[in-house]
Design a binder for this molecule. Structure first.
Ligand SMILES: [Zn+2]
Length: 277
């Protein structure tokens, strides 16, 4: 009995105890960044529900603001506004080690990824903290916000219905700056191959294709890319300077950008929280 394998799930057990003890109003610290900044989640204590993540990349401030302002009392929601606090402090995409956290997950990790993936999967404390939190809390649905491809992107066939529920929540005019990307029937493998090449080692791939909870279920995972311009229809090919466009808009009028984007995003996030998966 002294040498049972309890230590193997030490992190999970530890986190579950923290979750049980947490006061509803106090953020839960799920880990710390390279430079020791806390990574905080607002959530009630139950398992399952919907996890909403902002600030994966430190230079995507709109994603942080939107998750920060989302009502924390929506049933089942867990809010993680800022996964990459060191990057946000610097205004950079990467963490303090110069690693792209969204290339550091184990599934389909690739050392020659275009964005720096770290020396090996899970090399970064921020990606480890998020993965451990997900495995402990077992959210049924995960939505990660990013800038600024203007799309609702579902990984895994189990995520299609969630993406469609989010799309259905939008008015026709609110759909204009977005496109919907789901695993099409009969084309799942092709879609997966495309994803392999575009973003190896991403959280979306790990959550969509690698996680299986102890009850055999898989989470539905959406990468919600905010529009580069809320008034512009989403073209098939993004303009080469879409990143410059969104950064300029944010510099000149961040309140205006948020006012244009938030109503639709909030509708999608509320729809995600209501969606039965
Ligand atoms: Zn991003």
């Amino acid at each position: 009995m002294e040498f049972d394998d309890a230590s193997l799930d030490f992190h999970t057990r530890d986190l579950s105890e923290k979750l049980r003890g947490v006061k509803h109003t106090k953020p839960l610290v799920i880990g710390r960044s390279v430079e020791g900044r806390p990574i905080e989640v607002r959530a009630k204590r139950e398992r399952g529900g919907t996890l909403i993540i902002g600030g994966f990349h430190g230079d995507e401030p709109a994603t942080i603001e939107i998750v920060r302002r989302f009502p924390p009392d929506v049933p089942g929601v867990a809010l993680l506004p800022l996964l990459n606090p060191d990057g946000a402090r610097r205004g950079t995409r990467y963490n303090a080690h110069g690693v792209d956290l969204n290339r550091n997950f184990e599934f389909n990790w690739h050392e020659e990824s275009v964005e720096p993936p770290g020396p090996h999967p899970w090399s970064e404390p921020e990606s480890r903290a998020l993965a451990e939190f997900i495995l402990a809390r077992r959210p049924a649905k995960i939505v990660a916000l990013h800038w600024a491809l203007g799309e609702i992107d579902a990984d895994g066939a189990q995520s299609t219905a969630l993406a469609e529920a989010m799309w259905a929540a939008l008015s026709e005019s609110q759909r204009v700056p977005y496109r919907l990307r789901v695993t099409e029937p009969g084309r799942g493998q092709r879609r997966l191959e495309q994803t392999y090449v575009e973003c190896p080692g991403s959280m979306g791939q790990w959550a969509g294709y690698a996680i299986k909870y102890p009850d055999g279920t898989q989470p539905a995972i959406i990468t919600l890319e905010l529009p580069y311009d809320p008034a512009m229809p989403r073209p098939d090919e993004l303009p080469a300077d879409h990143w410059q466009i969104v950064q300029r808009r944010w510099r000149e009028d961040s309140a205006g950008y948020l006012a244009g984007v938030r109503p639709g995003v909030e509708k999608m996030l509320h729809a995600a929280c209501r969606h039965e998966h």
